[in-house]
Design a protein around this ligand. Structure first.
Ligand SMILES: Cc1cc2nc3c(=O)[nH]c(=O)nc-3n(C[C@H](O)[C@H](O)[C@H](O)COP(=O)(O)O)c2cc1C
Length: 140
């Protein structure tokens, strides 16, 4: 199975999650294409069966606005029936940005391959395994 992990990360926390998720998915037998949003190879990401998208909580409980939000707005009309999974790191909030983002993608017709994954700041302790398990769960 081919999956694409596409993320934005300002201070590296969501990037660490992305790499752990890739590890979990590869362990489950997936062929993984992983890229930060700014270096995205669109044809490669389009080939994948599952689009795994990562972005931290930014602004006031929103997606990063310069690169990631425009990308999401661009793919939003094409998500009907598309398998996706969402992840990201947050700070002081309660995960509102992820609840909103998840609901928005479902409304656009996307099918969630796993429950959206959030981690507080840098993944450590149990978070490491949670990220790997998320990667593996997506591929089932
Ligand atoms: C400009 C800015 C806005 C943020 N807004 C929120 C927010 O609304 N809610 C929240 O829980 N955390 C917020 N955070 C905290 C980040 O989501 C958190 O530090 C996260 O780990 C950053 O992930 P990254 O290292 O992948 O960039 C904000 C951080 C920055 C720099």
């Amino acid at each position: 199975m081919k999956i694409s992990i596409i993320y934005w990360s300002g201070t590296g926390n969501t990037e660490t999650m992305a790499k752990l998720i890739a590890e979990g998915a590869q362990g489950a037998g997936a062929e993984v294409y992983i890229s930060e949003i700014g270096k995205l190879d669109h044809p490669k990401s389009n080939e994948s069966e599952i689009l795994v998208l990562g972005c931290p909580a930014m602004g006031a409980e929103v997606l990063e606005e310069d690169e990631f939000e425009p990308f999401i707005a661009h793919i939003e009309p094409k998500l009907t029936g598309r398998k996706i999974a969402l992840f990201g790191s947050y700070g002081w909030g309660d995960g509102e940005w992820m609840r909103d983002w998840t609901a928005r993608m479902q409304k656009a017709g996307a099918v969630l391959a796993a429950e959206s994954l959030i981690v507080n700041e840098e993944p450590n302790g149990d978070d490491v395994q949670r990220c790997k398990d998320f990667g593996a769960a997506i591929c089932k």
